[in-house]
Design a protein around this ligand. Structure first.
Ligand SMILES: [Zn+2]
Length: 315
């Protein structure tokens, strides 16, 4: 008893100190982590541990454009913190594609006064796959569940003619659709004067590709059109910002993957026995486990249809 009584005060003191530290930390205003790419253009890295994608903020004369709605949790953070970059209101939020980590925050932005928009193919993908994916995600994630919705909120405005252009006295921003790559609705954002390209998941930096909604044969052709723009800065949906090497590396990885699987298919190797060794130049994009990528490429090649056109589960 004696020893317990003696040890209790230091433990209490440490606990109290920790509590005070926590209170102090909570009282600090949340600082928005943003890398300035050019005047009025910021790259906001997404916290991968929470599944967040990257965001880009583009300042126009009177308003802001945000690239990707992100998950609702990140959208709420950005709505609260974006004034740290600029006092102008967010007028437009562009969904690069229909995936949950890019578009499920749509309603958070519209409730904050913004208009969400996308290429027509984004809404088509949602009509194709929702509300199934929304409901599955709501079962897993509190930030999606907390919205109490039965379906994914669609982007409010859609364009069919590429490029769609927003322009004022300070800047021109072009929204391109180059074809079916990562999804049927991949949008690119291009700032011609600053030579900045935002790619969504059509180009990621690192082993972060998801191939199940893709058209693997066409994807490199889409990236060729992006490469033809000759961007100075490439801002991907996941991974660090960089330059043209993100586009060329992503294209080479996808081409090498497709060619390697095709070679095995031609040799008559059954899927279960395919073990790929991709060239060292692809190392930045090669995941620890290539099984899922191999499965998607194999399905596309052997069934003569884009992987995304075949029945599949989102993985
Ligand atoms: Zn995606």
């Amino acid at each position: 008893m004696k020893s317990r009584r003696l040890s209790a005060p230091p433990v209490l003191a440490v606990a109290a100190a920790c509590f005070l530290l926590l209170l102090t930390a909570a009282a600090q205003p949340n600082r928005l982590v943003a890398h300035r790419i050019a005047r009025g253009v910021w790259f906001l890295p997404g916290d991968a541990s929470k599944g967040y994608c990257n965001n880009i903020v583009i300042e126009m004369r009177d308003y802001l454009i945000v690239v990707d709605a992100n998950y609702p949790g990140r959208a709420r953070e950005l709505v609260a913190q974006i004034h740290q970059l600029s006092p102008k209101p967010v007028l437009f939020v562009f969904d690069t594609h229909a995936h949950r980590d890019h578009a499920y925050g749509n309603i958070v932005w519209t409730q904050a006064g913004a208009t969400t928009f996308a290429y027509q193919g984004v809404a088509d993908e949602m009509d194709r796959y929702e509300p199934r994916r929304w409901l599955d995600t709501a079962a897993q994630r509190q930030d999606v569940r907390s919205l109490h919705l039965a379906d994914a909120p669609r982007p409010q405005l859609l364009f069919r003619q590429s490029p769609f252009i927003l322009r004022d006295s300070t800047r021109e921003v072009r929204f391109y659709f180059f074809g079916w790559a990562h999804t049927r609705g991949d949008g690119f954002v291009w700032l011609p004067r600053e030579r900045i390209l935002c790619t969504g998941d059509a180009a990621v930096n690192g082993p972060r590709n998801k191939l199940w909604d893709a058209n693997l044969a066409n994807w490199p052709l889409v990236l060729e059109q992006a490469i033809a723009l000759q961007p100075r800065f490439v801002l991907p949906g996941h991974g660090d910002a960089g330059g043209l090497e993100i586009l060329t590396g992503q294209k080479t990885f996808l081409s090498d993957l497709y060619a390697a699987v095709q070679e095995q298919v031609r040799a008559g190797t059954p899927l279960a026995r395919i073990h790929l060794t991709l060239p060292a130049r692809d190392s930045n994009w090669i995941p620890r486990d290539l099984t899922g990528d191999t499965d998607a490429a194999y399905a596309e090649i052997t069934r003569h249809q884009p992987a995304g056109a075949l029945p599949h589960e989102w993985k």
